[in-house]
Design a protein around this ligand. Sequence first.
Ligand SMILES: Nc1ncnc2c1ncn2[C@@H]1O[C@H](COP(=O)(O)OP(=O)(O)OP(=O)(O)O)[C@@H](O)[C@H]1O
Ligand SMILES: [Mg+2]
Length: 316
Amino acid sequence: MRVITGTSTPGTFFSFLTAVMMLYDPVKRLSRLNNTIQEGAAAAARIFDVLEEESAILERENPEILSGKALDVEFDHVGFAYHPGEAPALNDIHLKVAPGEVLALVGMSGGGKTSLVNLVPRLYDVTQGAVRIAGKNVKDLSLKSLRDHISIVTQEPILFNETVRDNIRYGRMAATDGQIEGAARAAFAHEFILGFPKGYDTVIGELGSRLSGGEKQRICIARALLKDAPILILDEATSALDSQAERLVQQALENLMKGRTTFVIAHRLSTIDYASRIILLKDGVIEEQGTHEELMALKGEYFKLQTLQSVKGNEE
Ligand SMILES: Nc1ncnc2c1ncn2[C@@H]1O[C@H](COP(=O)(O)OP(=O)(O)OP(=O)(O)O)[C@@H](O)[C@H]1O
Ligand SMILES: [Mg+2]
């Protein structure tokens, strides 16, 4: 109408039309943008849930700092339940581990072995009694100084999608490349690491599933060696390996245990020869304890486990 009456030009009219057509795509994108924002907001809410989660493990004010190279660990009539009111996972555990002593924990699945060692780095708090390191209640220590003094090697090794070198360095961030290699050698990991496409600079993810269970464990053992903490916790570190790999991991572990206060959890009794004392946990209580010979002579639970395993071993 305005072009016909002469108030506007045909040029203006066509630029207007073109502009409307060009508007189509951005408006469509605007509605899609809202989707993206909603997705992002939902994800952010979940991340903040995690970030805002308060740890049940609290430091007291002015915590003490743990120090020293030779540390003993004491369980003073410890009781522990995962949830209040539930049947306790541990009952009246009374136990002293001297500096440098190797203590083996054995027993049927669900006996409480993992629960017991988790109390040392204060992953959980005891519900009764106290855990003391060098005479100090772990609840009085700063979490950082406590955990700085403890190395843990678990059955399911935790590796990050970084280079092999950085995965080992995680044990002690200030370590030099030479120290990292030294730790890898002592963990019998140096050889197979050199076999990777880029050696120590290979990113774990690039290897995909090429890393065997034993190799992962030896990387974690190297990490623990590098950390050089006076207390060591090994949770079933050799249960997923064949005997060749087990022997290597075993040697690596022996290097690792030297001079450290060690808790070693083993399903295979053949792997705990070097323990100075063996504790057998059943339903959360210490059922038997002593050396291998003493426990065999008891002809109790340990004897049963041992006989079961040697029968199985002969069949294999
Ligand atoms: N996070 C948890 N929450 C609640 N209960 C748990 C938790 N972890 C373990 N338990 C329970 O505590 C008891 C002891 O478990 P724990 O993991 O200490 O046994 P374990 O001796 O390490 O067994 P395994 O030899 O199979 O590793 C079990 O009855 C188990 O069901
Ligand atoms: Mg366990």
